[in-house]
Design a protein around this ligand. Sequence first.
Ligand code: C2O
Length: 592
Amino acid sequence: MASLPHLPGATATPPTTNPSHSTRTIFAKPSHFITHAKRNNRLRISCTAQNQNDNASQNVETSKGKVDRRNMLLGIGGLYGATNLVSTHEASANPIQPPVLDKCGVATNLNTGELLDINCCPPTSDKIIDYKLPPVFRMKTRPSAHRVSPEYIFKYNMAIDRMKRLPKDDPRSFMQQANIHCAYCNGAYDQAGQGTLDLQVHNSWLFFPFHRWYLYFYERILGKLIGDPTFALPFWNWDNPKGMTIPPMYVDPKAAIYDSKRNQDHLPPAVIDLGMTGNTDPLQVVSNNLTIMYSEMIRANSSALDFMGQPYKEGTPVNPGPGSSERGSHTAVHVWVGDPREKSGENLGNFYSAGRDPLFYCHHGNVDRMWTLWQYFLPSSKVPDKKITDPDFLNAAFLFYDENAQLVRVTVKDALDNLKMGYDYERIDLPWLDYRPPPQTAVAKIKRTGTNVPKTETIFPLIVDKIVRVRVPKTKKGKADELLVLENITVDTTKFLKVDVFVNDEDDNVTELDKAAYAGTYAQVPHKTSNTSATTSIRLKLTDLYDDMDVADDDEIVVTLVPRHQGEGLTIGGIKIIENPPPPTPATPPSS
Ligand code: C2O
């Protein structure tokens, strides 16, 4: 088992002033570095047939984002690209291409699908540069927002204030930056060359890399505005009990980072409810939160895609399936902060407006931190499969304006390693890391209750507008290595939806998630897509759950679906249990 960083008991370690790659060397698995070492070698070998030189293609101006497809397919690099280059190469379809900015349309939104009264589209530019990550001279450390100094708060507010004072048409100005989220998330862009298919950066494997790039440039712009290239955004440490309130610096009405459109019942000291169960006991809520973190980071996932989100390529309709972190804690924080007095939960509670609240970037700092923790800190005994080698993932591209207001094209493969991007996170202990629910001691009484519980074939498709129980056959008796699949989930994208899933749960206490029976969650932040409905699916790993409950010789389980919000907006096409497929075997490394 890879050893984890020493995690202090109740307090965070002090911020590292100048962490470097060697800092992570201590924590990361050696394979991470071996992979890097092999990559260059690999590229030289495999790319002879075509123009492979990734560096040479950097900083080359392309015409209106139309990039030579051969270049895109070849720029395989980064952590995830190394091992499977040959085997995935032929399998390639086409990666998602950056939007064509001058085809940006009016974003529609709101619960009725009416037009927004704002134009989310950025300024256009004829000159697009392929972005090259600059060399890292000094690592930035993103601090925990609950632990920052008065000097930091002052500087941060000054930067945001200057951003707000930039001319409205400056792509670096506050509203232009906020509108990036609106344009990429509310149907303003179509997929280039794909008719009217929306471009959408949520509910798929693009979720983490898109938002990483978004914060990356936002942070650089702020740093430039205050003449401090080491300025680092804060992160909202909502996965730690000490960070489970809105960070106090955001609720000072005089601050530039203040936003009045937030749920007034959720200001500090209200404890964030990542489960949105409505339980009012703060201690139970904290315990639920830690259980959710453990579940979405470790227990419920059997593959990289379960965490990252499902494949989304050129021609894929939106919403192929969000990863566990996106649909769980990420969604909950948006909706919990959004203002119920506003028509669509503005600001944080709806994608089109989320970027208008400075707290958004702090929230996404922690979302991004979760990706980093999952990549580099979770031992492979707990998370065996962390690699996505598909070139359609690695070569998916976005456009952003950089800190010099230059339009740049960036790719997923350049966003895989936060240290290469020049930033790290303050080390804070991870109290959820071993927050496994206690075993369920009572034997599940399926035989007793089962008589009233319908079988799976009799009730689907099903609108989840009330608590539903269903019997689902296992692939084998007893403790098998299995996944629960909720398939053909049709969602109304304009609504906040959340459904929790329990297995063999008989106590009906559905606001307590810290028990073995809690299997996972489906949830989404409201947003607009072309036809306001989308079909998706999720998979929840049952293997660890079985270890904590007595499934004896059972050949079926009872699944309970608990709608938390607007369950009538969500239809499930079916539920089944499948065997957990083995993780993909990496291609044999070159014998050098
Ligand atoms: Cu793009 Cu948290 O959303």
